[in-house]
Design a protein around this ligand. Structure first.
Ligand SMILES: [Zn+2]
Length: 99
């Protein structure tokens, strides 16, 4: 992924974006095949460490600590998620309204 400035991200998206977030675009310039997105935002969350947590509810669990999580019992995860182009949003809204 190549990092985008907010101006580049808004130009590719075709609308306004949250300026507090980070955006990137695929290096190969190929849009997401599900959403047609060229702009991706980062989603960050933490979950129970897969290396030391033995329960079931990983979203609010905590492991006993291991070298994988730095002995915190939690691991940080992040993933790029496609942001649908602004005009696709409008088309979907128009369709929902029956226009
Ligand atoms: Zn761990």
């Amino acid at each position: 992924m190549r990092d985008l400035s907010i101006a580049e991200a808004e130009a590719l998206h075709g609308g306004r974006l949250d300026r507090r977030c980070r955006y990137a675009t695929p290096e190969d310039g190929v849009p997401c095949n599900l959403t047609g997105s060229l702009v991706y935002g980062i989603a960050r969350w933490s979950e129970a460490c897969s290396g030391c947590y033995e329960g079931y509810y990983t979203d609010h669990g905590r492991g006993h600590g291991c070298s994988e999580c730095g002995y915190t019992g939690r691991s940080r995860r992040e993933h790029w998620v496609p942001i649908p182009p602004a005009d696709a949003d409008e088309a979907a809204q128009a369709q929902a309204k029956g226009e």
